[in-house]
Design a binder for this molecule. Structure first.
Ligand code: ATP
Length: 255
């Protein structure tokens, strides 16, 4: 499961008029991308859907339950959020950080057990950071930190993934591997909603798209209906050249 129902939602972007009212459902099995220029409100939307920011109005339900009525622990069992920015709170190793993903599943003073450790190790392996398990997070490269953040959410095992630019800092191979992982989460019955700046990753991996405009307007639907060059040019204020490769459109800025 992991059905995310958004009903007449107006996000709270400071200093901006209300803009579009969002009503859409991210169904289990679906991979949604949120596209829009800097400052359009993508992170604000994701944080609102994670219950970290109050909307101006509207309702959010996860698997039929009103998000606003759930405790944080319950929320953390239902949804996982890959943040765009991270700050090291205290010195921790890669393994200890991944294990934080198990906390929603443990009682307050319960230590992680062998099953939790196995899940963390499998996630670190999957994200290609297992060889760094004993390293302090503060010593990791940007891409290694990003992969650890995703491994931590994988360890958390949520039904709904909210990911803010999950391919940030990643090289091409790891971008592709992370997009495959997210698609796999959906194929196994979860659901995924992610902010992306790379149109080409969106075109290849997302089945639905939400376009957020800087004035708060929005449109959404099946990816093939949203990937219209003229609409994307208006979205970014950028002329684009389009080609087709392996059945998917490829967009590059026109000079
Ligand atoms: N706490 C705040 N106080 C004032 N303005 C804010 C605050 N948080 C966000 N904003 C503004 O709200 C707007 C939307 O921000 P948001 O981070 O959601 O954009 P975004 O689409 O994710 O951008 P980017 O692509 O740059 O990550 C921006 O103009 C930002 O400066």
């Amino acid at each position: 499961m992991g059905r995310l129902e958004i009903h007449e939602l107006v996000i709270d972007v400071p200093g901006r008029a209300d803009g579009a009212t969002l009503t859409l459902t991210v169904e289990p099995g679906q991979v949604w991308g949120i596209l829009g220029p800097n400052g359009a409100g993508k992170t604000t939307l994701l944080h609102t859907l994670a219950g970290l920011r109050a909307p101006r109005s509207g309702e959010i339900r996860v698997d039929g339950q009103l998000l606003a009525s759930l405790g944080r622990r319950k929320v953390a069992r239902l949804l996982g959020l890959v943040f765009q920015e991270r700050h090291d709170g205290f010195p921790a190793t890669v393994r200890e950080t991944a294990l934080i993903g198990r906390h929603p599943w443990l009682s307050p003073w319960q230590m992680e057990g062998a099953d939790d450790l196995r899940l963390a190790e499998a996630a670190l392996n999957r994200l290609d950071v297992a060889h760094l398990s004993d390293r302090l997070v503060s010593t990791l490269s940007g891409g290694e930190r990003q992969r650890l953040a995703i491994a931590t959410v994988l360890t958390q095992a949520p039904r709904l993934w909210l990911a803010d630019e999950p391919t940030n800092h990643l090289d091409l191979h790891h971008q592709s591997a992370v997009m495959d992982l997210l698609a796999e989460q959906a194929a196994e019955g979860g659901s995924v909603l992610m902010c992306l700046h790379d149109l080409n990753l969106a075109a290849r991996w997302c089945d639905h798209l939400l376009l957020l405009y800087p004035d708060g307007e929005a449109c959404w639907g099946a990816a093939e209906t949203m990937l219209v060059p003229s609409a994307l040019e208006r979205l970014y204020g950028q002329r684009l050249a389009t080609a087709w490769v392996d059945g998917a459109p490829v967009f590059v800025p026109a000079r």
